[in-house]
Design a protein around this ligand. Structure first.
Ligand code: NAD
Length: 240
């Protein structure tokens, strides 16, 4: 059975991705940090559907040692989905050094750590898939989210460069840039802003975690075997 590790698997998109990959036949390591209880609940639900398809692991992906220990325990992987992330809305001139370091630490260094620890085994086996979850704001920039936009743009750069480096080892590295997705990350925006964002979206709705999970499933599938270094926008046409 192929094995995948999904970071941020207790969050909105991560849960849907983990669920989809289990249904696609993967054994999935649900990597969580803050909400171990939510990950345990999902794990129990997935194992009830197909025994042994899910397990929980815990690490702060911004922490080198914790992430290394998690990957050592997880063993060789066929697929890594770098989904864990944080967001924050703040005027640029109000950003503190701590805000900046925390954002880059989770959203960029976290991706570096996970790729760094997953890749040696993938390179040895000459196969593997890495899918990084960036954001449309990493493509076009968002006002009051400069540090988030910078971090997500860095993930796009990392994806492209790494795809070139590990392509000869039979590994693909791609990126998904979601638009506005209905998850706890957007709870702070409130219903009125969410309605306005839906109106601004050509497909006239907010995305669902399942929309992102479907894109992950495709990029992980044999049909995507010749696709690498790409940024797949899943945004209802918000950014074209
Ligand atoms: P969410 O807040 O529901 O989930 C985020 C997950 O990341 C949580 O499980 C959280 O525990 C985990 N996480 C945070 N810090 C961590 C750390 N230091 N170590 C390990 N895990 C950590 O948000 P979501 O909407 O599901 O976001 C998932 C990904 O999608 C993020 O990378 C986010 O930037 C990206 N994204 C989301 C949207 C959106 O509109 N929701 C849009 C574009 C991109």
């Amino acid at each position: 059975m192929k094995k995948a590790l999904v970071t941020g698997a207790s969050g909105g998109i991560g849960q849907a991705v983990a669920q989809r990959l289990c249904r696609d036949g993967y054994r999935v390591v649900l990597s969580c940090f803050h909400s171990a209880k939510a990950a345990e609940r999902l794990c129990a639900q997935l194992n009830a559907e197909r025994n042994g398809c899910a397990e929980v692991a815990r690490a702060d992906v911004s922490d080198f040692a914790q992430t290394e220990a998690m990957f050592r325990a997880a063993g060789d992987l066929d697929l890594l989905v770098n989904n864990a992330g944080i967001a924050q809305q703040k005027l640029f001139t109000d950003l503190t050094e701590e805000d900046w370091q925390r954002m880059l630490g989770v959203d960029v260094t976290g991706v570096f750590h996970c790729c760094r620890f997953a890749l040696p085994a993938m390179i040895r086996r000459k196969s593997g898939r890495i899918i990084n979850i960036s954001s449309m704001w990493g493509q076009v920039g968002a006002s009051c989210e400069v540090h988030y936009s910078a971090a997500k743009a860095a993930v796009i750069g990392l994806t492209k460069a790494l795809a070139k480096e590990v392509g000869p080892s039979g590994i693909t590295v791609n990126c998904i840039a979601p638009g506005v997705i209905a998850t706890p990350m957007n709870d702070a925006l409130g219903p009125e802003t969410m309605r306005e964002l839906a109106e601004e979206t050509p497909l006239c709705r907010i995305g669902t975690p399942e929309d992102i999970a479907a894109a992950v499933s495709f990029l992980a599938s044999p049909d995507a075997g010749f696709i690498t270094g790409q940024v797949l926008g899943v945004n209802g046409g918000f950014v074209i």
